[in-house]
Each structure stands twice: as structure tokens, then as C-alpha cells.
Design a protein around this ligand. Structure first.
Ligand SMILES: *Cc1c(COP(=O)(O)O)cnc(C)c1O
Length: 423
């Protein structure tokens, strides 16, 4: 693709973009009375305008019906979570019975590891990426300790090679083979939160299975960002949050995938609660857990309906648009932003290096920029100029042009503001 770093060119791309009007369905924070350039949908997605009415609906039904709302509400609370099976299944490439919306992400990682990290004999190690998102590191570390192992011994971390920023996938395959009798679980972030690197989940899942390990993915930065085929890839489990690319609001409900071959296995160990129990006999309140033969059997509690109300309106938008169209726009939008950064970098003697993979098949929408010779003041200038981006010490700027609500003009104006910030 050949692009131009010109305002009328960016505006033309926007006018040709059939998803451009979706932007009007979201609320942008303001800077000097104008929409900010919001490039942090990888951290907290923007609020859909329909969110408050959706929450109000539940509040009104609560007021109107009290406890009867479980069955009488417009969207009965008793079965509220069931509305998410269909849209979530499409987003992660699963069967409806394989997905469930519940809890928070780290909670779900733990619940999944209860079932899928079952160390035994020599096979007790977990393979993950080095510098995983801190919460994932703590979860892995504490799981390993819970089973009586030393994290320094039981956790195998794959790091980028000396002098490189990205993980060479060959090193993952080599480590899996090298430790073939020792690995109980492979657990990696599908898209790395720091570099934006997208891993070959199909290939790595296969490699893990080939040596007899279970394979799970943290999809916090992948769900709603890149196409996924969890069922076909034969993934054992996956978890994601809904407040990043899925725009469901701060701390909103997480999602989990469990492959159907595990869902249907009642003997698989689960930490159980009443919402995972057979729906027909749930209210008999009897002894003996009878797991629903779907991912719902990992649910513990009844659903947090107020947070889920926003999840619903957000997923409705995904249903309407579809991941395929979003991905098409996303590849072009990110390529254009990459081009813009390249142009600005040329003017600053190569000051900006995009460390995210160049190949669109190896990334989602996020670009991570290493700002050579610049520090925090550069980022502060951008913020003052109305750009919301993310800064990681010592000098990485993460920006995510989100196809649902970002425009080519956003990318162009970002370039202009970056240029102004370096003089
Ligand atoms: C955002 C993110 C989290 C956050 O965990 P919560 O339990 O939702 O607070 C965890 N892991 C990864 C990889 C993330 O990107």
C-alpha cells in the first residue's frame, strides 16, 4: 500500500471507510472542547453512547420488580449471561457452549489453572513469555507455589534474544521440545501487551499438545482485536477481559473459553459454585455438584448484571459489524499509522522505531514505538496536545488505533502532533 502524509488524503480514506460512522456511537473525552485522539483502546475502550440507557434499564427493572427481576426483567437476570454465548463465540471462534462471561480476568486465569494446571511427577512446569503482564506473572507464580513448587524452577520464561524486542517463535518451539517431559502447561498472552506481537496460537497449541501439555491463552489484548479460532485450534482454555477492545467499561466482566471436550468431562476438577450447577436442579439446593456440560460450569456466582448491561450493548456492536470487517479496516488503519510514524521519524533522524512486528499477521492494531533519545517530556507534550496514548518506562509509547472508533484522520493528526512535540 502506498500512503500519503496529507490531511486531505487521510480524510479521503475516512470518506471511503464504511465503518467510519461507528465512531459516532462512542463518547470521546474532550480536550479544549474537541475530541481527543484516543489511542488507548488497548487499555480501556471508549464508552458506547448506549451504555447508560442499558444500565438504567436494569436499575429500573430492579426498582420495578425487586427480586422478581430475576425472571420478570426485560432481560431476565437469571439467564442474563446466556445472552453473551453467541456474540462471544463469534469473537473468539468458538462454539456457544465453549464460552462464558464471568468474573474478572485474573480470577478466571486462576479458575482455569485449577482445572488445567495439574502437575504430576516430573511434569510440573509452566512455559510462558518473559515479562508477561504482571497479573499473569503473579497468577502463575502463586499457582506454582500453591502446588508446592519453586517458581524459579517451575516457570520457564521465553525471552527475546539478546538485543531484540520480539520473541522469536522458534525459541518457544525449541523450549517446548527441550522440556517435553516436564511441561504441564503452556500459558502465553496471545497478543503481547507491551510489544503488540501476535503469536501463532494454532502452531504453539499444537506443539504443546504434541508433548502432552495443556495449552491456555490470555487474550486480554487479542479478543475483539484479532480474528481467533479457538475451537479449531484445539486450545484447552482461554480468558480475556472486556474493558479493552471489547469496550465494556472499567473492571467489567471477563470471558472464558473451555474446549468442548473438557466441558463435557464432569470428572475434570473445577472449583465449583451454584451457578455452574445443572440449571434444572440448581434451586433444589442439594448436595453434590452436577456441572453444566458447557463452559458455564466454571461459573461460581450469579451474574453481575449492572456491569454486564454494558457488555451487552458493546457486544451488540460487534455482532452488527463482525470481526472480519473490523480486521480489514484495522490492518489498513495500523499500516497507515505506521507509515505516518515512519514519515515523522525521517524528519527526526530516525527517532522513532516501531518495535511491533511489521507483518500484519503478527500483530493486532497496537503499535509500540521506541522513542530514541526522548523521555517522558515528549509524552507529556503529546498529552497536552490532546493525544491519549500510553507511556512505558524508559521510552516506549504504545498506541492502538481501534477500527471501531478511530479514523485515518486520527492517525494523520497524531503524526502532526508528534512532529510538533519533537521541535
Ligand atoms: C489487562 C490485562 C490483565 C488485567 O487483569 P484483570 O484481572 O482484568 O485486572 C491481565 N493480563 C493481561 C495480559 C492484561 O493485558
Amino acid at each position: 500500500m502506498s500512503f500519503a502524509f496529507k490531511e486531505e488524503y487521510a480524510l479521503k480514506l475516512d470518506s471511503e471507510d464504511e465503518l467510519n460512522s461507528l465512531r459516532n456511537e462512542f463518547i470521546f473525552p474532550k480536550h479544549n472542547g474537541k475530541d481527543v485522539i484516543y489511542f488507548t483502546g488497548n487499555s480501556l475502550g471508549l464508552q458506547p453512547k448506549s451504555a447508560s440507557a442499558a444500565i438504567k434499564q436494569e436499575l429500573d427493572d430492579w426498582g420495578k420488580y425487586g427480586v422478581e427481576g430475576h425472571f420478570e426483567a426485560k432481560n431476565p437476570w437469571y439467564a442474563y449471561h446466556e445472552m453473551f454465548a453467541r456474540p462471544l463465540a463469534k469473537i473468539v471462534g468458538a462454539k456457544e457452549a465453549e464460552v462464558v462471561a464471568m468474573n474478572g480476568l485474573t480470577t478466571n486465569l486462576h479458575l482455569m489453572m485449577v482445572s488445567f494446571y495439574r502437575p504430576k511427577g516430573k511434569r510440573y512446569k509452566i512455559l510462558c513469555e518473559a515479562k508477561a503482564f504482571p497479573s499473569d506473572q503473579y497468577a502463575l507464580e502463586s499457582q506454582v507455589r500453591f502446588h508446592g513448587y519453586d517458581p524459579n524452577d517451575a516457570i520457564i520464561e521465553i525471552a527475546p534474544r539478546e538485543g531484540e524486542h520480539l520473541i522469536n517463535e522458534e525459541d518457544i518451539y525449541t523450549a517446548i521440545k527441550k522440556h517435553k517431559d516436564e511441561i504441564a502447561l503452556v500459558m502465553i498472552g496471545g497478543v503481547n501487551y507491551y510489544t503488540g506481537q501476535l503469536f501463532d496460537m494454532k502452531g504453539i497449541t499444537q506443539a504443546g499438545h504434541d508433548v502432552g501439555a495443556q495449552v491456555g491463552w490470555d487474550l486480554a489484548h487479542a479478543a475483539g482485536n484479532v480474528p481467533l479460532q479457538l475451537h479449531d485450534w484445539n486450545v484447552d482454555f482461554a480468558c480475556w477481559c472486556s474493558y479493552k477492545y471489547l469496550n465494556s467499561g472499567p473492571g467489567s466482566v471477563s470471558g472464558a473459553f473451555v474446549h468442548e471436550r473438557h466441558c463435557k468431562n464432569p470428572d475434570l476438577i473445577r472449583f465449583a459454585g451454584w451457578w455452574g450447577h445443572n440449571k434444572k436442579t440448581r434451586f433444589l439446593m442439594e448436595k453434590g455438584f452436577d456441572p453444566i456440560p458447557t463452559a458455564e460450569s466454571w461459573q461460581l456466582s450469579n451474574a453481575p448484571v449492572l456491569a454486564m448491561a454494558v457488555h451487552k450493548v458493546s457486544l451488540d456492536i460487534f455482532e452488527r459489524v463482525g470481526i472480519k470487517k473490523l480486521r480489514q479496516k484495522s490492518e489498513k488503519l495500523t499500516a497507515y499509522l505506521e507509515f505516518v510514524i515512519q514519515k515523522v521519524s525521517e524528519e527526526s533522524q530516525g527517532g522513532f522505531e516501531v518495535i511491533t512486528p511489521k507483518n500484519p499477521d503478527e500483530r493486532g492494531c497496537q503499535l509500540s514505538i521506541l522513542a530514541h533519545g526522548y523521555g517522558r517530556p515528549l509524552f507529556d507534550k503529546l498529552t497536552k496536545a490532546g493525544v491519549i496514548a500510553d507511556w512505558r518506562e524508559p521510552n516506549v509509547i504504545r498506541i492502538a488505533p481501534v477500527p471501531l472508533y478511530n479514523s485515518f484522520a486520527d492517525c494523520y493528526y497524531f503524526g502532526i502532533k508528534l512532529k510538533q512535540a519533537i521541535v
